[in-house]
Design a binder for this molecule. Structure first.
Ligand code: AMP
Ligand code: ZN
Length: 665
């Protein structure tokens, strides 16, 4: 027993150190794979020995806890706001006020003003006790389960830390991670997130912490508060926090005059776009904590700190031409082609115009001088027209009526903001786009075939839809530009190999509008074969969990098309997986059909995820919260008392693990 405890603790310590190396120091010393192996080993030991459970174990980062209502919590020490300044004069005035109130020289810590959601973390004996949002400054929401999933938040501190303290920081979503999340959403035809800040703050209030764990959030720390902390100055505090394992950006700088503060501001106003995360300004703090004490607070902000806010960068340039892009689903997006101009660290040539209504609302016309802004949004947008510069012969924009690629008349469905090209079968970007989607990584993942080659194959008349891929021969492909024999062979082999891809991914690959990865999984699971899905009526489809009318309509339309039916027949004849394979069906029954389960607590012979899968494999549904629709609550050890009370109140039978497994037999 003692050895096991030691083993668990050693693994936790080791993983903590690797986590720190990777996320804080940015210097990994083992591979992701090795890390995963060690983590799995720890999880297995912890699952087998619940007596050694630790809420701050590195294994807890994957999330899983679901919070319905976040508890309102009063901050031990109030979270103040900051006073803002927008000019050099504002800052000089502030310096004068400071110097009047304190004796001696004044030094300043300059920090970046991270643009995210503020958070207060409480640590006791080196362990994360709770995490609370700023709220109104006096009280906020406790979001500990979500915050624990963020890798830059240490769950266990290192070194010589005070017994209890609060540390404040900002939860941000670095730009690269934000763009990746949006790529995935666009691929699934979901509305992309607007900007990193809103996405970060929205993440804190997600109910399912496992969802939060999937987002590449970071926590950047900037201030320690508490009593008897043995900290001399703001800068000293930052360095100590770093030593205890927190992520404190290295850009923070100690300076000794307001001129140096201004230099810092100018530098970052220009270089902020090279940072991996967004900032909206700089925060200047009087460094010495005794001086801070003397200065104190106004009713809303410290007198010893001042934020300097950058202006959202804006330029004016000429709009040369409005063109229209056609997506793989036929959706038309108007694009502003601009006279190239320097903005926010990059050269901007294009801006999105969204749709016809947007153009009309701002009365944007070709030849106009327009104001372009890159604020929180990554893609620049036109915010206004400079009417004083409008040419005399300017005419209002007539939104295009025909497809720029195939000249078919566009349609606009009721309630939709976008126009569509209805030439599904022959509009080149749609034809090419669908095949490109089919071969993409998350769909059929065809090795040796890229998007450009697809376009070439279509242009050469070698393929017209994705089923044609399976008839391509090496001889046909070799004459294509830049195609050596070896790559031609790889291409054909890659296509052949895709015949093994599972049905749910094939279904996603077909590119049915609104059928993203998750929906495809649901449909594959429910219908089990393309034939069953093809026969499903609208009414039948909407009874499937999470399938709404919009999706159902689109599925029915897809299979109503003769062309699509033929394509599917051909895919079938080539041996593409159009039903769930026998292997996948093993262990699948309808025994629990129509029943909804809530699973809670820790189990003995099976992990919670295995239990959930067992329910789903047998036709049951797993839900995260108890309601009158719940059939059974499956209760393990350590189940929260509120779940039990709720189940009893609603008269929902509670099953033990053993009883559940018995029933299933
Ligand atoms: P405001 O929301 O404009 O009142 O600005 C105050 C907020 O700025 C604080 O609540 C923090 O969340 C945020 N902030 C970002 N970076 C810093 C920093 N380096 N120091 C202090 N506050 C910061
Ligand atoms: Zn078209």
């Amino acid at each position: 027993m003692k050895e096991i405890k030691q083993k668990i603790e050693a693994l936790r310590e080791e993983l903590r150190q690797h986590n720190y190396n990777y996320y804080i120091l940015d210097e990994a010393t083992i591979s992701d794979y090795e890390f995963d192996i060690k983590l799995k080993e720890l999880q297995a030991l912890e699952d087998a020995h619940l007596e050694f459970f630790d809420a701050n174990s590195p294994s807890q980062r994957v999330g899983g806890a679901v919070t319905k209502n976040f508890k309102t919590t009063v901050h031990d020490l109030r979270m103040y706001s900051l006073d803002n300044s927008y000019s050099k004069e504002d800052l000089l005035d502030w310096e004068t006020r400071v110097k009047k109130m304190v004796d001696g020289d004044v030094s300043y810590t300059c920090e970046l003003k991270y643009d995210g959601a503020s958070i207060s973390l409480t640590y006791e004996n080196g362990k994360l006790l709770r995490a609370v949002t700023r709220g109104d400054g006096v009280q906020g929401d406790e979001v500990t389960a979500n915050i624990k999933t963020i890798n830059t938040v240490p769950l266990q501190l290192k070194g010589d830390f005070p017994k209890r303290f609060d540390i404040r920081g900002e939860i941000v979503l670095p730009i690269e991670g934000f763009l990746k999340m949006n790529e995935a959403r666009i691929e699934n035809e979901e509305e992309p997130y607007k900007n990193p800040r809103n996405t970060a703050s929205g993440s804190l209030k997600l109910q399912d912490s496992a969802e939060v764990a999937k987002r590449p959030l970071e926590c950047l720390l900037y201030s320690i508060v508490g009593n008897n902390l043995n900290i001399e100055s703001q800068f000293d505090g930052l360095e100590k926090a770093r030593a205890w394992g927190f992520k404190v950006p290295q850009e923070a700088k100690l300076v000794h005059s307001i001129d140096e503060v201004l230099e810092y501001i100018n530098y970052w106003d220009e270089h902020r776009f090279n940072l991996p995360f967004e900032i909206d300004g700089v925060v200047v703090k009087v460094n010495n904590l005794h001086q801070q004490d003397e200065l104190g607070f106004t009713s809303k902000a410290p007198r010893w700190a001042m934020a300097y806010k950058f202006k959202a960068e804006q330029v004016s340039t000429r709009l040369n031409e409005i063109t229209y892009q056609v997506g793989r689903t036929g959706a038309i997006t108007p694009v502003a082609n601009l006279e190239p101009v320097q903005l926010a660290g990059t050269i901007v040539k294009r801006a999105s115009l969204h749709n016809a209504d947007q153009i009309e609302k701002l009365d944007i016309r070709e030849g106009d001088e327009v104001f372009v802004e890159k604020g929180g949004e990554i893609i620049p947008k036109i915010i206004a027209v400079d009417l004083t510069k409008r040419p005399v012969d300017s005419v209002p924009t007539q939104y295009t009526t025909h497809c720029p690629e195939c000249n078919t008349e566009l349609v606009r469905l009721e309630g939709e903001a976008k126009h569509y090209c209805p030439n599904y079968m022959a509009c080149p970007p749609q034809v090419i786009g669908r095949i490109q989607h089919y071969i993409s990584r998350k769909a059929m993942d065809i090795d040796g075939l890229g998007g450009e080659t697809v376009a070439l194959l279509v242009k050469e008349g070698l393929i017209n839809n994705y089923s044609d891929l399976y008839e391509l021969t090496v001889e046909q492909v070799i004459p294509l530009e830049r195609m050596a024999e070896k790559s031609a062979v790889n291409l054909v082999n890659g296509i052949e190999a895709s015949k093994k891809i599972q049905f749910e991914r094939v279904l996603f690959a077909l590119g049915i509008r609104y059928v993203g990865e998750t929906v495809a999984k649901k449909l594959a699971k429910h219908y089990k074969s393309i034939d069953a899905l093809m026969f499903a009526s609208l009414l039948d489809l909407v009874t499937v969990d999470e399938i709404g009318e919009r999706i159902a309509q689109s599925v029915v339309e897809f299979f109503n098309s003769e062309e699509n039916k033929q394509i599917i027949e051909r895919l079938k004849s080539f041996g593409v997986q159009l039903e769930i394979s026998a292997e996948q069906l093993v262990g699948q029954t309808d025994k629990l059909k129509g029943q909804t389960f809530v699973v809670s607590g820790v189990f003995e012979t099976i992990s919670r995820n295995e239990l959930k899968k067992l329910i789903e494999d047998n036709g049951g549904k797993v839900s995260s919260s108890i309601s009158s629709k719940t059939t059974y609550l499956v209760a393990g050890e350590k189940m929260g008392p509120s779940k039990r009370t709720k189940a009893e109140k609603l008269n929902i039978p509670i099953l033990t693990e053993a009883a559940f497994l018995d029933n299933l037999k």
